[in-house]
Design a protein around this ligand. Structure first.
Ligand SMILES: [Zn+2]
Length: 150
């Protein structure tokens, strides 16, 4: 595994997944990036897109890392659009704990597919368990879709 720049962190969710070829919920490993299903999704198909480098801020990424990360976001949008047929997406980055970053030391995009009428967040919270039961199956389905998209 090649870490460009940032050092691998054993306690870091993304670095652990990068180092573990069997890591569950990893759906693809495009150049310089990692695509991981969020264990606590806001919605079905909520993918985290992280650079391979353990860096905490978008401004820490060099041009190649930035380009590879954005290409991975584009790939994610294309595959999720094809597989899940959402009507829209939220794509965003939380920088810093105060902004809601769960892993503040390793920057990552959230790509959240949206459907009309999915905006009630109480049911979303209540459904986290239900979604999780399907998470492994969703991961398997998306792994195949990403593999086919290469
Ligand atoms: Zn990391």
């Amino acid at each position: 595994m090649e870490y460009i720049g940032g050092e691998p962190e054993p306690g870091c969710l993304f670095c652990r997944a990068l180092a573990d070829p069997e890591a569950e919920l990893v759906v693809d490993r495009p150049p310089g990036a990692l695509l991981l299903l969020n264990k606590f999704p806001y919605n079905s198909g909520h993918v985290l897109v992280a650079p391979a480098a353990h860096k905490g801020d978008l401004t820490d990424l060099d041009m190649q890392e930035t380009a590879q990360l954005m290409a991975a976001v584009q790939l994610t949008l294309r595959v999720l659009r094809q597989e899940l047929r959402p009507e829209g997406f939220n794509v965003g980055v939380n920088l810093g704990r105060v902004a809601g970053a769960g892993v503040p030391d390793h920057v990552h995009f959230h790509v959240v597919p949206r459907w009309n009428g999915d905006t009630n967040f109480m049911p979303v919270l209540a459904e986290v368990k239900v979604v999780n039961e399907h998470l492994t199956r969703t991961a398997e389905k998306l792994r195949q879709a990403f593999a086919a998209a290469h």
